[in-house]
Ligand binder design. Structure first.
Ligand code: HEC
Length: 248
């Protein structure tokens, strides 16, 4: 601890030359400025208090508890909303066929997503003819929504609920329904059973060239459900039909 013989220390008179020397290198003992030192201590105190306060580390779990409570509440609200969500019934879908916006949007989706298998006019290729009155998986209008949402993946019909928003599925379902009775040329041979889904009129715009009178299938009219029949939203028989109707 001797003062530097070669001159004053560069940082003022406090600076002391330390005892050791390595390869001619000497070291001053320069204390940290007081403001820096107190800031350092303060940050340690802050760190400790912070550690005690942060959820999950210290004793304070309130934020986590609050988060859990919020999530539980949100899940309940979500489940409730999901349960309350109005399902499109047969009559709703039939009514949608008259909605020019829905038909235009549905047609766009159909052209993009469905035409590759069902043909642009719905006449059928890989997928069945959607313009005839014969259906494999559809007993009433809203079954169209179900089969589009869930697909028939074993038979090559994708489940579209992973791709399309519910509103888009509704639109394209209305469009598919509007194809009923369009009697396209060179359509795929009928598959499934004749079902009268609707006697709805074609959309006012003429976006889909439907011939309203042809939507009635005379042979099946007596036993087929009509659009006016009460929407059997509770127990629609899609599952059993998938099992039995695939041969036709
Ligand atoms: C990869 C080919 C493919 C694409 C793309 C496709 N489908 Fe299908 N679709 C099928 C096949 C195959 C079936 C018949 C399934 C069966 O035999 O059970 C079918 C069945 C259906 C049925 C039921 C027909 C009936 O007789 O019950 C509807 C409705 C339908 N598709 C609508 C659509 C719509 C709407 C889209 C576009 C969003 C679409 N499909 C896209 C292949 C496809």
């Amino acid at each position: 601890m001797t003062p530097d013989p070669k001159g004053p220390a560069p940082h003022g008179t406090d600076d002391l030359l330390l005892d050791h020397e390595y390869d001619g290198i000497k070291e001053y003992d320069n204390p940290m400025p007081k403001w820096w030192l107190y800031g350092f201590y303060a940050s340690m105190v802050f760190g400790l208090l912070y550690w005690l306060k942060v959820p999950g580390t210290g004793g304070n779990e309130s934020v986590i508890a609050e988060y859990r409570a919020d999530s539980t509440q949100a899940a309940a609200v979500f489940a409730q909303a999901e349960a309350n969500k109005p399902r499109m019934g047969d009559a709703d879908l039939v009514a949608m066929v008259g909605d020019a916006r829905a038909i235009a949007a549905g047609k766009e989706t159909f052209t993009k997503m469905c035409a590759s298998c069902h043909r642009a006019d719905g006449g059928g290729m890989i997928g069945p003819n959607l313009a005839d009155a014969y259906w494999l998986h559809v007993k009433s209008a809203s079954d169209i929504i179900t089969v589009i949402n869930e697909g028939v993946t074993a038979k090559g019909m994708p489940a579209w609920n992973a791709v399309l928003k519910p509103a888009q599925v509704n639109d394209v379902s209305a469009y598919v329904l509007s194809l009923q009775g369009t009697a396209v040329a060179n359509g795929k041979a009928p598959q499934g059973d004749a079902v009268t889904l609707t006697d709805v009129k074609a959309p006012v715009t003429g976006a889909a060239p439907a011939a309203p009178s042809a939507t009635i299938v005379p042979t099946a009219a007596s036993e087929a459900p009509t659009a006016a029949a009460p929407a059997n939203a509770g127990g629609r028989p899609t599952a059993s039909r998938e099992a039995t109707a695939s041969g036709g």
